[in-house]
Write a protein that binds this ligand. Sequence first.
Ligand code: GRG
Length: 250
Amino acid sequence: MRYSVFAGGKRLRPALCLAACAAVGGRQRDAMPLACAVECIHTYSLIHDDLPCMDDDDFRRGKPTNHKVFGEAIAVLAGDALLTFAFELAARDARYVRELAVAAGSRGLIAGQVQDLENENRPATLQDVESTHLNKTAALITASVRLGAMAGGATSSQLRRLSRYGRDIGLAFQVVDDILDVTSSKEIMGKSVGADAKHQKSTFPKLLGVEASRRYAQELIANAHRQLVSFDERAKPLRAIADFILNRGH
Ligand code: GRG
């Protein structure tokens, strides 16, 4: 568990959780357990996604993958334990538990992973790919934002706007990730690149081309910024993260 959590990583989801809490005027300490919970769920999903029965990757966060170091059985269990620990961290409020469960479960992360596997064996449409990305990536990113906002005492209209912000940056994040899988290198990314082509996966760059995919990501980030118009300067970190997602090189 410690090996994979502390292997590195951008900490995007916990940063979003804390930034959303700040944007609605909340205190950092109220969102911190939830920020840790979303990173635990994210790390579990990476460990399991890298297993030989899934994407079969040897390299993650700049290091050998969990199963390469500890073996498959321990990697499965480390993932299971991180997933479970996330709920222990969130257990102070049933609404937090539900938010995490929905994002990580069969209507979120797991649905996305199933769709991702199915997309390997059939020519997927743009709609299929977008739906996969919304579940696989945007669901947990949206939940990270929503949990921070809830912990910070967001109003229902703030929560609605931040949910749309999360969806748009989440989708943009995966579009950019697919572009980087084509254009970047293992050294820069800290994980294997070219994996989508290896698995013959339909992706945005494959279906639309790199330039059109980039324009789509720009559009999504512009939409995300529009959701923040009614927030004051305390939403500055959320604005900066949206821009980071578009411009990141790894
Ligand atoms: C439940 C097995 C299982 C999988 C669920 C989330 C997921 C589906 C699989 C994880 C692998 C993957 C490629 C997810 C898509 C989202 C994504 C690009 C993750 C990488 O996130 P970063 O770049 O990673 O934020 P770091 O290492 O920086 O935290």
